[in-house]
Design a protein around this ligand. Structure first.
Ligand SMILES: CC(C)(COP(=O)(O)OP(=O)(O)OC[C@H]1O[C@@H](n2cnc3c(N)ncnc32)[C@H](O)[C@@H]1OP(=O)(O)O)[C@@H](O)C(=O)NCCC(=O)NCCS
Length: 440
């Protein structure tokens, strides 16, 4: 048995059954059943009927995922699910250049005909209990609505920023790179970029490993008509030894009225080294006849801000992007490394009961933590920096992008010992701002 055919969660199935609904797994080798599920997923996100080519790509690219549906056998089209969710384990980069196994959740939809009957709650709770039963320490997702997931213990763990750069003001002042830039085809990017991506994703906590489907979608070869613009261009950076270290995928929009006002939309910029990063940004900012470079989903702490002559030429709009939910406190907290040694005691509450308890973190001089659950309602050790928090705040702190000091000021934490939030802030902070560069 693997993660994809682990039996469905009995409690959620029973709750839905009481409402005449059936929770089950889709056999993804059954093309008819899987196609109905894929069409229900697209419909749930208000998309058009998915075209054959895209369906074919997903039938192979996502077949390995755990694919769950809810069916209402009383509807005329009973073979199409009224709700969908999919999930799979994926390595998530954590502070300290390591990874932890995380449970990626996607395709959360409930048909508009069946909304507000508790279907989403049953699906989410069943996903979290399934991941916990598989001993996966945390769940992650990207959200189209930010109001839904807090109630299940998720919180934003990595932000992203939309950048709009006025290239007439933002002269590039970063270092010169010693390598070369080349135009390459999307197919070449598809073949070669994955290896670069696998190195680049380890450079920021919050990045996940992309599966075939996510990679093809990112590159634009997944059959998604929205991504098939003939205007897409790909430039690759090779270092002085001729090794590919980065790519940028972009398109140039019309430059009316006099051809000098083109906008470059950066669809994806991937850099495995700082040199590749500087070379690709220099290329974008120095293109002739371009007045604006727009780049969605960038880090909130881009080195680029320190590589332009006028920092105000880069407008930034930050937003929540990666949401995380801790399921196993000792496993999650001991998987990352820490910025300062310390003794920290956490009293974690969790309405779903999955991660609740008291824990002691002992962080050594190398930033390695040993995490011990404390028995029952044992008092927190008096010599430790003690905090009480919900599982949501723990997720917000986990990748080091939000300071415990900020959460204390927001009234979202309680200190057992004075100065505990500052001690936690010093240990949990990440040298690199957490960032997820894609959607899933
Ligand atoms: C969002 C969606 C999945 C909710 O499904 P649902 O079955 O109607 O949700 P439920 O009945 O289980 O409600 C669960 C809880 O979420 C709340 N909720 C549901 N939709 C919400 C929304 N859009 N905004 C805020 N709260 C919402 C409910 O009030 C309920 O709260 P409670 O449990 O604290 O009482 C569904 O409306 C949908 O498919 N929307 C379009 C696709 C989408 O946005 N998916 C989310 C992808 S990130």
């Amino acid at each position: 048995m693997t993660f994809s055919d682990t039996p469905i969660d009995a409690a959620a199935a029973e709750r839905l059954n009481e409402h005449g609904l059936r929770l089950g797994l889709v056999d993804t080798s059954d093309a008819v059943a899987f196609t109905a599920w894929l069409q229900a997923d697209a419909r749930g996100f208000y998309g058009p009927q998915t075209a054959r080519r895209e369906i074919d790509e997903q039938l192979t690219g996502t077949a390995y995922r755990r694919t769950t549906g809810v069916w209402d056998d009383t509807t005329p089209d009973a073979s199409t699910p009224v709700a969908t969710v999919s999930s799979w384990p994926t390595p998530l980069t954590v502070p300290g250049v390591g990874t932890v196994s995380s449970w990626a959740i996607s395709s959360v939809t409930v048909a508009p005909t069946h909304r507000r009957r508790g279907i989403a709650r049953a699906l989410l709770e069943s996903e979290l209990r399934t991941a916990a039963s598989l001993r996966i320490p945390l769940a992650v997702l990207t959200v189209s609505e930010s109001t839904i997931y807090g109630r299940y213990g998720f919180a934003p763990a990595a932000m992203a920023a939309e950048l709009t750069i006025d290239t007439r003001r933002a002269r590039f002042t970063g270092p010169e790179a010693s390598g070369r830039l080349h135009f390459v085809s999307l197919e070449r990017l598809r073949e070669q970029g994955r290896e670069v991506m696998d190195r680049a994703r380890l450079r920021a906590p919050g990045e996940i490993q992309l599966d075939d489907h996510l990679w093809d979608r990112l590159v634009g070869t997944a059959g998604d008509p929205k991504k098939e613009s003939p205007q897409r261009r790909v430039v690759r950076y090779d270092d002085a030894d001729g090794i590919a270290q980065g790519f940028v995928v972009y398109r140039v929009t019309e430059g009316e009225p006099d051809f000098t006002q083109h906008t470059v939309v950066v669809e994806y910029l991937l850099a495995a080294t700082d040199e590749a990063y500087a070379a690709l940004w220099r290329y974008l900012l120095e293109m002739d006849l371009v007045s604006t470079v727009s780049a969605p989903l960038r880090s909130v702490d881009e080195p680029l801000l320190w590589q332009v002559s006028d920092v105000r030429a880069v407008r930034r709009v930050p937003t929540d992007h990666l949401w995380a939910r801790i399921l196993d406190v000792p496993a999650a907290l001991s998987a990352r490394s820490y910025g300062a040694p310390g003794r920290i005691a956490l009293d974690v509450s969790d309405p779903l009961g999955l991660a609740a308890g008291r824990f002691l973190l002992e962080i050594d001089a190398h930033g390695v933590a040993e995490v011990t659950p404390l028995a029952g309602n044992a008092d927190l050790p008096a010599d430790a920096a003690g905090l009480a928090l919900t599982v949501n705040e723990l997720a917000a702190l986990y990748l080091g992008g939000t300071s415990a000091h900020t959460l204390l000021r927001a009234g979202r934490l309680t200190e057992f010992t004075s100065g505990a939030a500052d001690a936690v802030a010093a240990s949990f902070r990440s040298a690199t701002a957490p960032w997820l560069s894609t959607w899933f």
